[in-house]
Ligand binder design. Sequence first.
Ligand SMILES: CC(C)(COP(=O)(O)OP(=O)(O)OC[C@H]1O[C@@H](n2cnc3c(N)ncnc32)[C@H](O)[C@@H]1OP(=O)(O)O)[C@@H](O)C(=O)NCCC(=O)NCCS
Length: 322
Amino acid sequence: MIEVFNFKPEHVETAAKLFVEGYKRLGKTYLDLPSKYGDLYFVGSKLGNIIKENPSFVAVRNGELIGYLTGFANIPNLKGRSMGVYIPEWAHGSINTKDKEKIYSKLYSHLSKIWIAEKIYTHLITYYGEDVKLNAQFHKFGFGLLVIDGYRTLTPLKINDNPAFYIRQAKKEDLRILSHFNELIYKHLRDAPTFLYSSPSQKSLEEIEKDFLGSNRITFVAEHEGKIVSIIRAMLNEGPGCEVVQDTGTLGVNFGYTLPEMRGSGIASLVLNKLIEWGKKKDMKRCVVDFESQNIEAYNFWLRYFQPICYSGIRKIDDRIE
Ligand SMILES: CC(C)(COP(=O)(O)OP(=O)(O)OC[C@H]1O[C@@H](n2cnc3c(N)ncnc32)[C@H](O)[C@@H]1OP(=O)(O)O)[C@@H](O)C(=O)NCCC(=O)NCCS
């Protein structure tokens, strides 16, 4: 029988082991992952901290810890006006058997009861893209896909050059056009069918310079007949999205836009290829990106070249349940 207990400091080491075993399995598919999430001490300290301030449970069978679940509770305005909880990919784990679904069911039932009692109606969880069982399990619980984190090593894309487009690094003279593209992507993401809420995007040229040309940023642009038509920007040694890809050596793409009339001719692919070539020369190890799954163009483009390392799912519970 599976029993559920409060997650106490004495459980941290075994829970961290469960996570690390899962991370090592992940590393067989996704090469060159950061090593620190495979470190028991590092993962243990993250778990030790989160359980201090958040409701957290472990699943136990015959005295053996076989699963755990926790999350950052009480996040105001999480994807809406309700209070929410966010469960990062390292804040849950279980033994890798056919009982996984039962274990997560028990844990989520116990924990969600507490969250709802505290009026935490929005539940957001990140889990590995290859975890088909968990995907099905959280789907049953009423979670829908929200964000996908893509991952690839820095191998060149298998595409041909196109002399109609000139790909180069962005420079200070481009600031006004970079600012314009920043407005365009903001509008694109706010529009149907993505409806991504974010505070107004109006930024000064100083802020744009920091965002696109700052010391930990790299931006490539494609020119067509002397006009910039596509832009991809990345962060160095950090990434957007899930935590397990964040480290030195991560080239994190956090902006990609091609003018609508120029889409579908392979321009963003050429820009991405240049970025990857540049990253390789700078000793970057991996390239990551995140995007809303409802953003169909982004979905089609990024998943052509990236593997989905993590999915984030969201459940919004009827707040009349009280
Ligand atoms: C995502 C985005 C940047 C892709 O830009 P793009 O320049 O159209 O990308 P590409 O042309 O390289 O690839 C897109 C499509 O063209 C196809 N294509 C690639 N090379 C091609 C070529 N030589 N000739 C014709 N088509 C080509 C690709 O196969 C791809 O096809 P698909 O739509 O079936 O997946 C663009 O759609 C965009 O700006 N979207 C809005 C903003 C956005 O959502 N950005 C991402 C935020 S995370």
